[in-house]
Design a protein around this ligand. Structure first.
Ligand SMILES: [Zn+2]
Length: 312
């Protein structure tokens, strides 16, 4: 029994070793050969996704973010990205609907992996995405992974100061597996009031790199952050992924009704239009009723201005 098990485990190990290093050249075809969990026909809840439309879920509450500054985090050049790794015991993270998640690390993808068809034709591909990988802190059903996604858009007229803390150190970790300890401040500043106002989508999915492990809850912030084209280029050239196309796994599925949290103080434009139309219909009905009543009374010779008893 044990020799057979050992033989089987050795074969699996050899097989995975033959798959390394994996690349972004042909992920849909190559990854499932080595990691069956990456096969989206066998494991359909794969990420990244294309959000086509949404349904506001009244049971979802606001997310609260708190990321204390750190004197030392580890900036690391992994095989396929740059990660910022927090020390064990870091208490920063976010909470939502009674769940508390603590941040373990975050990393970058260019272009963005999750796609937003909901923004309209030609608008869905964002330029960069930060994945903030969290583990549940107070789950009663074992540890659970949650990824908080921040989408970024490159623009002409704005340079994001927070990104420079990382960009200025990239040259020190230009080789794979190099790392550097740096201080990192103001991570909470990425979650400003505007982000909170526009809410998030939450989706059950997977990791977007091998082994594409499932049971990951995603929280995708709805409002993209902005960075300069030069900042974006620095990241993109760093993550060329060997093919110049960056380090993004292709979209694995469409989400036709993504669960959305929309804060009550922020009324969606569609509801404003519905409210306006309903108000207009009510006003027109009242006016038409008044006119009809007037003509009806006139025809019958009733003076509406007089008290009823005088007309009897
Ligand atoms: Zn990622």
């Amino acid at each position: 029994m044990f020799p057979l098990l050992f033989l089987f485990l050795s074969m699996v190990q050899i097989s995975v070793q033959q798959c390394l290093p994996w690349t972004y050249n042909n992920p849909n075809k190559d990854w499932p050969k080595c990691w069956p969990t990456c096969d989206n026909t066998l494991h359909p809840l794969q990420s990244p996704v294309d959000i086509v439309n949404q349904v506001v879920d009244p049971l979802m509450g606001p997310a609260v973010f708190l990321f204390p500054d750190m004197d030392t985090v580890t900036l690391r050049h992994d095989d396929h990205t740059v990660s910022v790794v927090y020390p064990t015991g870091y208490t920063g993270g976010f909470s939502v609907n009674g769940m508390v998640y603590r941040l373990e690390e975050f990393h970058f993808h260019t272009p963005a992996e999750n796609y937003l068809s909901i923004l309209g034709e030609g608008e869905g591909q964002l330029d960069m995405e930060i994945h903030m990988v969290h583990k549940s802190y107070n789950s009663t059903n074992g540890t659970h992974t949650a990824i908080l996604s921040l989408l970024w858009q490159k623009v002409d007229d704005y340079t994001h100061p927070w990104l420079n803390q990382i960009l200025k150190n990239l040259s020190s970790i230009s080789n794979q597996n190099q790392s550097l300890n740096i201080p990192l401040t103001d991570l909470s500043s990425l979650f400003n009031d505007q982000q909170k106002d526009f809410g998030y989508w939450t989706i059950e999915g997977s990791l977007t790199t091998p082994p594409c492990t499932g049971a990951v809850t995603w929280y995708i912030m709805q409002v993209p952050l902005k960075c300069s084209r030069a900042q974006w280029r620095q990241f993109h050239e760093f993550f060329s992924g060997g093919n110049g196309n960056g380090n993004a796994r292709p979209v694995q599925r469409q989400i036709l009704q993504a669960r959305a949290f929309m804060p009550s103080k922020s009324t969606p434009p569609s509801l404003l239009i519905v409210g306006l139309v309903v108000s207009l219909v009510v006003v027109i009905s009242v006016v038409l009723s008044g006119v009809a009543l007037y003509w009806h009374s006139k025809k019958k010779g009733i003076d509406l201005a007089r008290p009823t008893y005088e007309r009897l």
